[in-house]
Design a binder for this molecule. Sequence first.
Ligand SMILES: C[S@@+](CC[C@H](N)C(=O)[O-])C[C@H]1O[C@@H](n2cnc3c(N)ncnc32)[C@H](O)[C@@H]1O
Length: 229
Amino acid sequence: MNVSKYYDLDAIAGEVAAGKHRETVGGDWDEIGMLQFEYLVEKTLQPVHRLLDIGCGCLRGGVHFIRYLDPANYFGIDVNQSLLDAGYNVELAQAGLQDRLPRENLVCSGEFEFEKFGTKFDFAIAQSLFTHLPLNHIRHCLTNLASVMEVGGMFFATFFELPSSASIAAPFTHFPGNIITHGDADQYHYWLMDMSHAAARLPWRIRIGSGWDHPRGQKMLLFTRINEE
Ligand SMILES: C[S@@+](CC[C@H](N)C(=O)[O-])C[C@H]1O[C@@H](n2cnc3c(N)ncnc32)[C@H](O)[C@@H]1O
């Protein structure tokens, strides 16, 4: 069995070919797209900033970021080429935004190969990515991301938080949304200290992001890139 449902590339491509790319990334297209966009703008994202969207899918948030940022300042990476293609060919085309995004700003990789963009970033976001990843993949992401973030840059990542009193092994139900998460299967839950552990020895300061109100109970983490010791 795949550790993440998104690693079954053929199954995802089949859903996308059936015209279901919005559902494949979780649905609630307008609400969750706008939620992440408004959140980053409130956290001081400006058009001149370069933004990396990790696990960008078919651009649910990307459509809004691409409209707002200066042309070519949005960068997206995703393990599923089919979702990237739906984002560019369907969603950006419908929104009339393709001319604001060079096609090479969308990279297909599941290995967190951020150096492929050949630039550094002021902001990064992973909306509903860590919820689908085992802890070692999250650590891999944080390690590679630290190399491409400007000092002072901010990385916002959502996760399903497990109360410190709850067992990691037992399923846990989150509110609102009634999503059931697991310690060892997609969708994953973590204690906050698991996230600190994943960032250990890396140049990140980590805290809970304020003011995030997700319809399915995901919490927001803020990783700020600090100077190397
Ligand atoms: C729930 S969807 C969210 C997509 C997008 N962030 C949004 O809000 O619409 C999770 C996305 O993460 C992508 N993903 C999963 N594992 C990944 C990995 N290791 N590297 C890059 N993308 C990954 C999936 O293909 C999928 O597009």
